[in-house]
Design a protein around this ligand. Structure first.
Ligand code: NAD
Length: 239
């Protein structure tokens, strides 16, 4: 079986460290390089004990290891530059970094050739994908709804990409409330109200491992896809 060669940008971050572990552990994926300006050394040591090449500069990493896939969990202010470097080299991208508009993602996806895929998921957790789908269905019958998204206090963007995507999928124009507090990871409630009743949908990521099966699935799928794809549901059989 041909291995899918993966580079992880943001490898020293909270999500990036989990992604590196997940890629090392995933059958068929090969962890070929990490990119993070905070990588002090030219090798990256994952806590599973494996090592791979580490780079501070994305262009140097891509030119040196020529990967099949770039996974990006960096920051809203650097993800665009990273994607420009990867897509202009026709490297498929799996993006978890939030903060880019759909219009910007469309513009970036045009940088790759007809076989290159730019995949973005505002949330890689299966439960969150289901919560968004259920909210979409419920909004057709219960028109009044509000979204409360709750995240750890180091999250840079507000409202979250998941809340924006949920609102996009729902009928109507739900108000979004953002909560940022220590102790939280990633949580969202969608509350629907009607005469004499409410319906609450809630999803909690209590650990960042919740996102990893989705990231691995996307790494496996992008090679056979092209253009801009948004949302993990594209790769799931939801009937
Ligand atoms: P973090 O601050 O812990 O990590 C970001 C990492 O990016 C840091 O190590 C930083 O040094 C590195 N970095 C900065 N500039 C870089 C560059 N030019 N190239 C490569 N690396 C660079 O942040 P985090 O909590 O890991 O979150 C990262 C992103 O992922 C955020 O946008 C967050 O909202 C998003 N996120 C998405 C999902 C999802 O399911 N889609 C889930 C959780 C978090």
């Amino acid at each position: 079986m041909k291995m899918i060669r993966v580079v992880v940008a943001g490898a020293n971050g909270k999500m990036g460290q989990e992604v590196v572990r997940a890629v090392y552990a995933a059958e068929g994926l090969e962890m070929v390089a990490c990119v993070d300006p905070s990588c002090a050394d030219d090798t990256h040591l994952c806590d599973a004990g494996d090592t791979c090449r580490a780079f501070a500069d994305i262009a140097e990493a891509l030119d040196t290891v020529a990967p099949d896939v770039l996974v990006d969990f960096t920051r809203p202010d650097v993800v665009e530059a990273n994607l420009r470097e990867a897509l202009s080299r026709n490297v498929d991208c799996v993006v978890g970094t939030t903060g880019l508009s759909t219009e910007k993602l469309q513009e970036l996806s045009a940088l790759g050739d007809e076989n290159t895929c730019l995949f973005f998921a505002p949330n890689f957790a299966i439960g969150a994908v289901l919560m968004m789908q259920f909210a979409q269905v419920a909004s057709r019958a219960m028109k009044k709804a509000e979204i409360i998204e709750l995240h750890h206090d180091q999250k840079l963007d507000k409202p979250s990409g998941t809340a924006l995507r949920t609102a996009d999928l729902m009928a109507g124009d739900p108000v979004i409330h953002s909560v940022r507090l220590p102790g939280l990871v990633a949580h969202q409630e969608v509350i629907f109200g009607d005469v004499g009743q409410t319906l609450t949908l809630r999803h909690d990521s209590i650990d960042r491992t919740s996102f990893m099966p989705g990231v691995v699935l996307a790494c496996r799928e992008v090679g056979a896809r092209s253009g801009l794809i948004i949302g993990l549901e594209t790769f799931m059989d939801l009937g």
